[in-house]
Structure formats: structure tokens, C-alpha cells
Write a protein that binds this ligand. Structure first.
Ligand code: HPA
Length: 278
């Protein structure tokens, strides 16, 4: 059932990327829907389209352009994923997380994940940011787990701990930086669903009762795999829409993209100032 990537395929992809870059990247960042413009801040960027990397999954969604942008950001060597692939595109959880495996083999120990998410918490407004305190991997809980299948002991343990999926020190640093810059930053639980449908009002009320503050279609698989390999993770959601618990407001990809662009301004500033301290 699963399409499982092999260690050899991960190594081949890592060597292909290594042949394009002259510096060792230190920090990886994944940019979510509408947030791709953050990559414009990178100095002396080397662009590596996913299509040129062996075994790499190709993004098919509008708003996810599908390339690595490698270069310097505020003095640090970064590797930015401009676009990601999702479960709903037809990829297995193992394929979705292939890029995270490759990052680790390239020597990266810190991962910053961003995403677009629908706000469930009624204190949130569209256009605001949420620091991901923890996640509910609904997809994984339903059996679509990126670690299903043979475990590569060289990469991580069979039964990884997930008690601190999001690094406490990175969260503290982010809170402090947002405060200093005057950027409003909520905090909450991100719930990952498969998509591609937006949620029914009944599903949203269920997620709310379960303790979710925001909902989206990504991130939890990538974070799970990063933690399997003991990478430090920071997660930030852009609240691109407020979900309709009573069915009075229709969700759309256009709204997600439009608010994504608006939130990107704050997110860019926050990440730019965070990077030297990560
Ligand atoms: N639901 C699921 N995923 C999303 C949403 C949403 O409301 N907004 C952005 N991604």
C-alpha cells in the first residue's frame, strides 16, 4: 500500500543537491501556501527545482512553486523549500517526508515549518500568526503514518518519543522575538487532516472539542519524520481563514492564498530576525 522511499534514494537526492551548493546549509525552512515569497529574502540564492532532484516528489498545487532556494539569510546558511507536497495530491506519507530525510543527510539539524491553517479558536483572526505548541496528527492516527514500514535504524528509532515535538527553546525564542518586534503571535494546537476538502461544520466542532486551535493539511508528517531523526523543530501557522463552525461562511483556496500573502509580511519579519538566533 505504501510507497516507501529507500535510504539509497535519500542518499542519491542528497548528493544531487550537494553538487549544486558550495556551503553547508544549517537551517531548513518549509514555506506553506501563499508564503513562498519569504524565499525572496535569501541572498545569492541557488535555485534547485524539485524536478531536477532524483526521486523527489513534485508539487502539483497552485501557490507551491516547487524548488529549493539555498543561500544566506541574515548571516545564516539556509535551505528553503518553496512549496511542499501533500497527502491529498496522492503521495504516501513516506513520500511527503522524503525531503526531510534528505535535509538531515545534508547535515541540517534545525527545521522551521510554516503552513496555512484555518482558525478554530474563536480568539483568532484571519491574517494572524500562531506558534504551534503541539500537533494532533489525525492523518497518522488514522494509520497514514510516515514511519509505517521498515525502520531505518541509522536514521532513528522504531518507536520515537513525541513528548516535545516542537522544541521548547525555539518556542521561547520565538515568543520573545515576536514580543520585541510587536508582532501578535497566538499559540495553539495544530491538527493535520488529509484534505483536500475543507471541513464540515460538524467536523470543525469535533476538532474544537478535541482541543485543536487550527486545522490544516500538512506539517505533522514532516515534523514526525524530523523528530524521528532528532532534528529541532519550530512550527508557525498562518491563520488564513476562520473556519465556520455554523456553516455560514464558505472556505476557499483563494481566501487562503490572499490572507497567506498578507500574513507573509509579519512572518517574513519574524523569521528574518529569528534566524541568527536559531
Ligand atoms: N482547513 C484545512 N486546511 C486549511 C484551512 C482550513 O480551513 N485553511 C488553510 N488550510
Amino acid at each position: 500500500m505504501e510507497n516507501v522511499m529507500t535510504l539509497e534514494q535519500i542518499q542519491e537526492a542528497a548528493s544531487a543537491i550537494r553538487s549544486h551548493i558550495s556551503h553547508q546549509p544549517e537551517i531548513a525552512m518549509i514555506l506553506g501556501s501563499g508564503l513562498g515569497s519569504l524565499a525572496d529574502m535569501v541572498e545569492n540564492p541557488v535555485l534547485i527545482p524539485y524536478g531536477s532532484i532524483p526521486h523527489f516528489p513534485q508539487s502539483t498545487v497552485q501557490g507551491h512553486s516547487g524548488q529549493f532556494v539555498v543561500g544566506t539569510l541574515n548571516g545564516r546558511q539556509v535551505m528553503i523549500m518553496q512549496g511542499r507536497v501533500h497527502f491529498y495530491e496522492g503521495y504516501s506519507p513516506n513520500e511527503i517526508t522524503f525531503p526531510i530525510r534528505v535535509m538531515k543527510l545534508l547535515g541540517i539539524e534545525t527545521l522551521v515549518v510554516t503552513n496555512a491553517a484555518g482558525g478554530i479558536n474563536r480568539a483568532f483572526n484571519a491574517g494572524e500568526l500562531m506558534l504551534i505548541d503541539d500537533h494532533i496528527n489525525f492523518l497518522g492516527m488514522a494509520g497514514f503514518h510516515p514511519l509505517r514500514g521498515r525502520n531505518e535504524e541509522e536514521l532513528g528509532p522504531r518507536f520515537p518519543d513525541m513528548s516535545q515535538a516542537y522544541d521548547r527553546q525555539l518556542k521561547e525564542l520565538t515568543r520573545a522575538k515576536a514580543r520585541q518586534l510587536g508582532i501578535p503571535l497566538h499559540e495553539g494546537i495544530y491538527c493535520c487532516l488529509s484534505g483536500p476538502t475543507f471541513e464540515t461544520p460538524a467536523e470543525l466542532r469535533f476538532l474544537q472539542a478535541m482541543g485543536a486551535d487550527a486545522v490544516g493539511m500538512s506539517t505533522a508528517p514532516e515534523v514526525t519524520v524530523a523528530r524521528h531523526m532528532n532534528m529541532r523543530v519550530l512550527g508557525i501557522s498562518s491563520i488564513t481563514n476562520i473556519t465556520s463552525l455554523d456553516g455560514e461562511h464558505k472556505a476557499s483556496h483563494e481566501e487562503v492564498m490572499a490572507y497567506g500573502k498578507q500574513v507573509a509580511i509579519h512572518l517574513k519579519e519574524l523569521l528574518l530576525h529569528l534566524v541568527p538566533e536559531l
